[in-house]
Design a protein around this ligand. Structure first.
Ligand code: ATP
Ligand code: MN
Length: 347
């Protein structure tokens, strides 16, 4: 799964022993390349993976003091884990040219400025400009150079765009709710899916909540995937009304977890696993094993400031090991079962 095909220059021992520890440390030629800040304060340039990084020393998050080069180097380090999440999935970028807290641009297409290396898919979204995919280390570093902090991916691959290969449940806690209730909600979502014979995977959002991802063998279309996810969300809200709401709006989820299924429509996207958030502190969306979920403390538990320790703890172990081996499909029967069960006791 790891990307070894990008012509990164040989990594020096010094670069490798720097803070760039990641789950694949030392095993990939995509390890940190020499970044060479030039002289001259905030405007210094650097080179990462062969891409010129401008304003490398500019602080992009006042809350943490994170600089643009820190973000770019993180994306370089994490590429062996991140690229498999990005490759061939249409992506939306959240660019923040003035840094966190400044104006952001949610971008699904290339605008006036070209993104060298980013793949454009003409005709994939009829009536719209080409959708974009980030398929290489170069493309990843290019978008980071262009101030893209967040990367949000579709639930399908460009090569099979009408058949989603996952559904995502976005769990958003009411701000008054304790995190322990969020953990319960995530475990209950997992158990309900498991009851239907569906395996799921959990990650922090890097923001306020958790995302539960259900891998699918691409088979049914967008409408069926959305109908299933809607039925599951409504089933949870009906069977556990004190815990879940499936209705948008703060007034509906007071002291509850809002389970959002709308990420499952064609064209919707979700913050990518291992991606950074353009919010104060710069949270990272971190894949977890289900066994780790009860020990979590928040959706932004990991940030650019502490992600390296997390990655070092994981070593070579993939928290989502097994994801690629899952073979499961949705069916009208599953959706019908949820709809007829709505209101019955959940597991
Ligand atoms: P949290 O845990 O804090 O809820 P999240 O990733 O679950 O974080 P948001 O950051 O609120 O939720 O993002 C919601 C989704 O809406 C994103 O995945 C993205 O696809 C979409 N989105 C975000 N910003 C925009 C925008 N400006 N225009 C269109 N869609 C957007
Ligand atoms: Mn959310």
């Amino acid at each position: 799964m790891h990307d070894r095909s990008n012509g990164t220059r040989a990594t020096t021992a010094a670069a490798r022993s720097s803070r760039g520890t990641h789950p694949n440390a030392g095993a990939s030629s995509a390890a940190p390349t020499a970044a060479r800040p030039s002289r001259g304060g905030r405007a210094a340039t650097a080179e990462v993976a062969g891409i010129r990084i401008t304003s490398a020393r500019r602080v992009i998050d006042a809350a943490s003091g994170i600089r643009k080069l820190d973000l770019v180097r993180y994306y370089e380090r994490i590429a062996p884990w991140l690229l498999p999440q990005l490759r061939d999935r249409p992506v939306s970028l959240v660019r923040a040219p003035q840094g966190v807290g400044g104006e952001t641009f949610f971008q699904r297409h290339i605008g006036r400025v070209p993104f060298p290396g980013v793949t454009q898919h003409e005709g994939l979204d009829p009536g719209h400009p080409p959708l974009l995919t980030i398929d290489t280390l170069e493309a990843l570093i290019v978008v980071a150079q262009m101030d893209a902090i967040e990367l949000h991916t579709w639930n399908a691959h460009a090569t099979d765009i009408e058949r989603p290969d996952r559904v995502v449940f976005d769990l958003d806690p009411d701000p008054e709710l304790g995190w322990d209730r969020m953990i319960e909600a995530a475990l209950l979502t997992r158990a309900t899916l498991a009851d239907l014979g569906l395996e799921s995977f959990c990650k922090t959002s890097g923001g306020k909540g958790l995302h539960v991802v259900v891998p699918l063998t691409p088979e049914v279309g967008w409408d069926d995937a959305k109908a299933f996810s809607r039925a599951l969300a409504h089933h949870l809200a009906a069977s556990r009304p004190t815990q879940f709401s499936a209705t948008a709006g703060a007034e509906h989820r007071r002291k509850k977890v809002f389970i959002d299924y709308l990420r499952n429509a064609r064209g919707a996207s979700t913050a990518v696993a291992y991606g950074v958030r353009a919010r104060p502190g710069m949270g990272v969306s971190v894949p977890l094993t289900w066994g780790e979920v009860p020990q979590t403390t928040g959706g932004a538990q990991w940030t650019l400031a502490n992600i390296d320790a997390r990655l070092a703890d994981c070593g070579d172990a993939d928290p989502w090991a097994g994801y690629g081996r899952v073979r499961q499909r949705l069916s009208a029967a599953l959706t019908a079962r949820l709809e007829s069960d709505a209101g019955d006791a959940a597991p």
